[in-house]
Design a protein around this ligand. Structure first.
Ligand code: GDP
Length: 201
C-alpha cells in the first residue's frame, strides 16, 4: 500500500467522541516506550505525526489518524508506566476497555512488544483479555535493529515458547524496526488486503 495521505483527525478521552465515519480501523497499543509513536510515523512515512510523549503515561488519549481517506489508524494510550498512580491506571483501563468494547469498526488491534525484553506479565495478561473478549489482534515486535539477527530469532522463539505454555497457537506477528523500515511493507499490505476484503474491492 502506498501512503498517499495521512492526517491527524482528533484526540479524545471518550469512545463516544471518536470519529463517526464507518471506515475500517486498526488500533496500536503497547507499553509506554515500546516504540509505538516511532512505528506509526514509520508506517505512515511522516516524521512527527504521532507525538512521542515527553512524559510517558501522561497522555491518555485515543488518537485518530485518517489514512488514504479510507481507513483509521488509532494510537491508543501506552500502558504499564510505573509512575502512573493507581487511580489513573484505573481510568486508563476503563478507557481502553470501553474503546475495545464499543468501537464496532475496529478490524484488528496490533499489540506492540519490544523484542529485546523477556515476556512481560502485563502484555501477556492484556493479550489474554483481548482473546477472552474476542478482539482480534496481531503482535508487532519492535526495535528489531537493536538485536543481531541470531539474537532476534532467539528472542522471538523465546516469546513464542512462553506464549505456547498457555495459548493453543502463537498469534500472527510482524517483526519491525522504525529505524530501518523493517516490517513496513508487510504490515501495510496486510492492512490493505483486509480493507479490500471488507469493501469487496
Ligand atoms: P512510545 O512511547 O511507545 O510511543 O515509544 P517511542 O516511539 O517514543 O520510542 C521510545 C524510544 O525508543 C525512543 O527513544 C525511540 O527513538 C526509540 N525507538 C523506537 N523505535 C525504535 C526502533 O525501531 N529502533 C531503535 N533503535 N529505537 C527505537
Amino acid at each position: 500500500m502506498q501512503i498517499k495521505s495521512a492526517e491527524f483527525i482528533v484526540s479524545n478521552t471518550k469512545v463516544e467522541k471518536c470519529p463517526k465515519e464507518p471506515f475500517p480501523e486498526y488500533a496500536f497499543i503497547g507499553r509506554s516506550n515500546v516504540g509505538k509513536s516511532s512505528l506509526i510515523n514509520m508506517l505512515l512515512d511522516r516524521k512527527n505525526l504521532a507525538k512521542t510523549s515527553g512524559r510517558p503515561g501522561k497522555t491518555q488519549l485515543i488518537n485518530h489518524f485518517l489514512v488514504n481517506k479510507s481507513w483509521f489508524l488509532v494510537d491508543l494510550p501506552g500502558y504499564g508506566y510505573a509512575k502512573v498512580s493507581k487511580s489513573s491506571k484505573k481510568i486508563f483501563q476503563k478507557l481502553i476497555t470501553l474503546y475495545f468494547e464499543k468501537r464496532r469498526q475496529l478490524v484488528l488491534a496490533f499489540v506492540l512488544i519490544d523484542c529485546r525484553h523477556e515476556p512481560q506479565t502485563i502484555d501477556l495478561e492484556f493479550m489474554e483479555w483481548l482473546a477472552i473478549n474476542a478482539i482480534p489482534f496481531h503482535i508487532i515486535f519492535t526495535k528489531a535493529d537493536k538485536l543481531k539477527p541470531k539474537a532476534l530469532e532467539e528472542a522471538v522463539e523465546n516469546y513464542k515458547n512462553r506464549m505456547l505454555e498457555t495459548w493453543e497457537e502463537m498469534p500472527p506477528y510482524f517483526i519491525t524496526s522504525s529505524s530501518n523500515g523493517m516490517g513496513r511493507e508487510e504490515i501495510l499490505n496486510y492492512i490493505d488486503n483486509l480493507n479490500q476484503e471488507l469493501t469487496g474491492n
